[in-house]
Design a protein around this ligand. Structure first.
Ligand code: UD1
Length: 339
């Protein structure tokens, strides 16, 4: 039984491929390497002792995708392939809509024509905007996202839901909170592509001396220490949730299933708490300065994870400190590769 993993050499994708292979799935990766590198594939093979199939192409090339479906008995898909830089999405909206939605539609066309079910989509807590109530459960009202990136996630959810309803298929929308960390082997993680936007990669590079200091975007929020609060979920825990979500769909009969799960730890942590935890976990210094707020940032977001616990029998297991240790191990690995 083969699972198609699009974007399977990306940050969350590569960790999920490892968990799928460890669980005995046959994995077919399609990744255009726009945000990854070939050594990630080699490292997946080293970690698991198994070889996934790999096709390097852009999923907008429908004819190549058709060939992959002809060559393998695909029984499900986890769709990670997407551009994800919030700032860039504002500058290149048409490219973002094209890349994130055309690729999705191409896969769904293949699923539709071949009668395949079991589709899992990487969504984001960004669909909730600043929710009224914490923790955020799956019934919280959706807000129109501020960024084009966020809109492609919300539109993607709608397209997949309509697909499931019209053709009687099984789908799962996984809304991630803030994924962090790297593989415990130190051989997989988020690849540095330019100046990081996200907090933990920036903290990592600051500790490594690549950045002079971390800019903390505001300490005048209505939170305990004034910095924004998020739910930082360890990437390997997150990867395991995908395997659980896929197995759940595969075990149910042929009826229409539209699953939605919030994936987080259920715990809110402030920016300053992340910085302190990183310093303690790795015995390093992270110089920082307080700056003005970043446009579009919300005050607080953390997940209610009851539904995932109950229906996926899954919950996050790794502490913030443990996951921040893996981040440092990944940085040291990257350093060792460039020497
Ligand atoms: C961001 C995106 C979100 C996306 C998610 C993917 C924005 C507004 N939101 O979420 O759509 O789904 O990444 O992981 O970009 N921070 C600093 N200094 C930094 C970087 C971040 O203080 O250099 C703070 C931010 O103000 C925020 C927190 O750290 O309070 C987390 O930021 P980040 O890692 O970028 O994630 P989000 O903004 O939550």
């Amino acid at each position: 039984m083969a699972v198609l993993v699009t974007g399977g050499l990306g940050y969350i994708g590569s960790h999920t491929v490892v968990e799928l292979l460890n669980d005995g799935f046959e994995v077919v990766i399609v990744d255009d390497l726009s945000n990854s590198e070939r050594f990630i594939l080699k490292n997946i093979e080293e970690i698991t002792g198994k070889k996934p199939f790999f096709y390097p192409f852009d999923l907008r090339r429908r004819e190549l995708l058709t060939q992959v479906f002809d060559a393998h008995k695909i029984e499900g898909c986890i769709n990670f392939a997407a551009s994800k830089a919030v700032g860039e999405s504002q500058l290149k909206p048409v490219d973002y809509y094209e890349n994130n939605l055309f690729t999705l539609i191409n896969i769904l066309q293949e699923f539709k024509e071949r009668g395949i079910s079991n589709f899992i989509f990487s969504s984001s807590c960004t669909v909730y905007g600043q929710a009224e109530k914490m923790p955020i459960d799956e019934n919280a009202p959706l807000k129109i996202p501020e960024s084009v990136y966020g809109k492609t996630k919300q539109m993607g959810e709608e397209i997949i839901t309509d697909f499931a309803k019209a053709y009687g298929r099984k789908i799962s929308l996984l809304r991630y909170f803030n994924p962090i960390g790297a593989h415990p082997s130190g051989k997989l993680g988020e690849l540095p592509m330019g100046i990081p936007n996200n907090l933990v990669p920036y903290v990592m590079q600051t500790a490594a001396g690549i950045r002079e200091r971390l800019n903390i975007w505001g300490d005048d929020y209505d939170t305990e220490d004034g910095t924004p609060v998020r739910d930082y979920i360890y990437v390997v825990d997150l990867a395991k949730a995908h395997v659980s979500a896929l197995k759940k769909l595969m075990q149910i009969g042929d009826e229409t299933i539209i699953d939605i799960f919030n994936l987080g730890t259920g715990k809110g942590v402030s920016v300053l708490e992340v910085v302190k935890a990183f310093e303690i976990a790795n015995d390093v210094k992270v110089p920082y300065q307080i700056c003005a707020r970043r446009e579009g940032d919300i005050t607080v977001a953390y997940a209610n994870v009851d539904k995932a616990e109950k229906e996926l029998h899954w919950k996050s297991e790794t502490s913030l400190e443990e996951s921040l240790k893996t981040v440092w191990k990944w940085q040291l690995y990257l350093d060792s590769q460039t020497v």
